[in-house]
Design a protein around this ligand. Structure first.
Ligand SMILES: *[C@@H]1O[C@H](CO)[C@@H](O)[C@H](O)[C@H]1NC(C)=O
Length: 404
């Protein structure tokens, strides 16, 4: 049982245990939190995202990073349309689609992607499959099918430096010029099949910050403090809880477009966030909405401009795709053996103090001038679409300057 405690001068615990406890003795009852095809799909892509995040954290425990996993779900799903049924099953398992039993899976994903990219949510994301045609003959039916379903046509590469420019221009155009220089170097010869995902997020808070830009200390594990610009606001309405099992405080800050940003702030200055990482799931995050308390706090957040780029192929291999990578079986793309040699990902995220409301317009929340939440040491965060439950971004920030 997990108990969330909130410190308000005294401690009181939230009773939310009934729904989480399996029936004693009997078979474990699965609580169906996700009831529509869209929320189920959102939960599946989120769980894929948390798994990807954990793999990266395990491989690279001392690094800051940032991912927009749903763009990778989208790219790999486009790829799955070219796969044999065995290869499709292998991909679906890693993407968590095997839990869905959704015969309209592609339509559900298409609708979800279009919902989270609605104007006002602050997300630009792009996913596409590139195919090196110097090595293989590509089947037109595949290009047509993906374009018809997802509105983006897989693109043939000619080999050479022109491919880099072509890909970078496309990503830049899809992300409102915010994700620039997607590939920092040309693709290798015989690039094979290159799925890619890119995303940019800049949301608007519901409640604005009156102070912004002042440099402040950000504590760093095992290194001197960094100086980072902060935004601050007193009596800021958030949802807050302290999780003693995870050794962290959790705050949910509302953004426009029914988006929220959730911060996990360990009690200690530490780069070891293993406990938090391991607890993350679509269900755990969905439950936070019920377990956190609406309060007003003295809030300070770093003004962020983060950028991160990586090749996710090794992580996907660790997540259960190594067998598929050895034999991709992309029989609907080409009759030859097609290699996937990289899965490129680049994301950019910004925060700014802007919002539509001033503080003091939320009469429901507990007002207590002593309560504060200062994100001035290593933290994790996620950006979530509350309407569908989809995870849009997830990051671990040991020092904001690492991701400049
Ligand atoms: C990180 O924290 C976990 C849980 O507290 C602990 O088991 C693990 O040994 C720690 N890892 C490192 C590298 O200190």
């Amino acid at each position: 049982m997990k108990t969330l405690l909130l410190c308000l001068g005294m401690l009181f615990s939230l009773s939310h245990s009934q729904e989480l406890e399996p029936e004693e003795g009997g078979t474990e009852e699965v609580v169906d939190l996700f009831t529509t095809p869209t929320t189920k799909m959102a939960a599946a892509t989120s769980d894929f995202g948390y798994n990807l995040f954990r793999q990266l954290a395990t491989r690279d425990p001392k690094s800051s990073f940032l991912l927009s996993p749903i763009s990778i779900s989208a790219a790999l799903t486009q790829l799955s349309m070219g796969a044999s049924s065995k290869a499709e099953r292998q991909l679906y398992r890693v993407l968590r689609y095997h839990t869905l039993q959704d015969s309209q899976l592609h339509d559900t994903l298409r609708d979800l992607l279009s919902a989270i990219r609605a104007p006002g949510k602050g997300l630009n994301s792009a996913a596409r499959v590139y195919l090196d045609k110097t090595e293989m003959r590509i089947k037109l039916e595949y290009l047509n099918a993906v374009e018809k379903q997802y509105g983006v046509r897989p693109k043939a590469l000619m080999g050479g430096a022109r491919d880099q420019r072509e890909i970078n221009d496309w990503v830049k155009q899809q992300t409102g010029s915010k994700v620039d220089r997607f590939l920092s170097s040309p693709l290798p010869r015989n690039a094979g099949v290159v799925p890619l995902g890119a995303a940019y997020f800049k949301g608007q808070w519901v409640t604005k910050f009156s102070q912004s830009g002042q440099m402040d200390n950000f504590q760093v594990d095992g290194a001197p403090s960094a100086q980072v610009p902060m935004m601050k606001q007193e009596r800021y309405p958030i949802k807050l809880g302290s999780d003693s099992d995870l050794g962290c405080t959790i705050a949910q800050v509302q953004m426009q477009g029914d988006i929220s940003m959730v911060f996990f702030l360990p009690d200690e200055v530490t780069m070891n966030m293993t406990l938090i990482e391991e607890s993350l799931s679509a269900e755990f995050v969905q439950d936070l909405a019920h377990t956190l308390h609406p309060v007003q706090v003295d809030l300070s957040l770093p003004v962020l401009k983060l950028s991160y780029s990586t090749d996710l192929l090794p992580l996907l291999s660790d997540m259960g795709l190594s067998e598929w990578l050895a034999q991709t079986d992309l029989v609907k793309i080409t009759t030859l053996a097609a290699k996937v040699n990289s899965v490129r990902h680049k994301v950019v995220l910004e925060t700014s103090p802007e919002g539509s409301q001033n503080t003091g317009s939320n009469p429901d929340s507990t007002s207590n001038s002593h309560l504060s939440f200062h994100v001035n040491r290593p933290f994790m965060f996620l950006v979530r679409d509350e309407t569908s439950g989809a995870l849009l971004f997830i990051g671990k920030v040991l020092n904001p300057r690492d991701l400049a």
